[in-house]
Design a protein around this ligand. Sequence first.
Ligand code: 16G
Length: 245
Amino acid sequence: FFEGPVVLPTGGPLYLQLKRWIEDAINKGVISPGDALPSERDLALKVDVSRVTVRKAVLQLVQDGILVQRHGSGTFVAPQPQRVEQSLSQLTSFTEDMARRGMAVRSEWLDRGLYLPSPEETVILGLSPGEHVSRISRLRLTGDTPLAIERASLSARVLPDPQVVTDSLYRLLERSGNRPIRAIQRIRAANLGIEDADLLQVPVGSASLNIERTSYLASGRVIEFTRSIYRGDTYDFVAELRIGD
Ligand code: 16G
């Protein structure tokens, strides 16, 4: 990291030049995720800037999620989560996907209750007048790493008591013969707002993929409408493409 003279990139305030220099060092692999950054004092001496400048650059990198500070032990390059490859041509559940990869799966409940449907839910789920919806909102994690926020809506006729969902929704639906066999999925890029960024433990404004899934039974009836927010730094969605007829 410290080999040779330090040449900061030019342009802009000094702390931003230093910030870019540290980012470059990370991108070039000079320092890797988990590595400790030199102390504020050493960095200031070596780069020949004030400690205030170092502090400002480091603070911004911490806010951007590029560096992490651990009290008492210093500043480190933030660990990069393992990326997950997700097929776009198979209708699978989160629990199954993670199990296949040998990854531990966990959910934190954000909401689980019966509601009057929104106009959108009424239309998409094809609800009759007066019919309620079960809403199941979860943060889905592997170990301590949050991967996605999922907000599912199902007709209360299919799922009268949302509290019975304890782990896998699809496994529960399977037991009552209501597991979807087909789904339409729409994926859109977005930047995370404060609340969702907080839940996913990434900086505000981070990239995310918003996914809407409408799932169908063999009869053609819609069984599930789910809005999910996947962290952009953990998922690769993969689809096999074939030449058309
Ligand atoms: C997937 C589905 C979600 C479904 C969930 C069931 C996407 C984008 N979403 O995460 O619609 O509700 O699986 O998972 O793939 P579970 O059976 O583990 O509860």
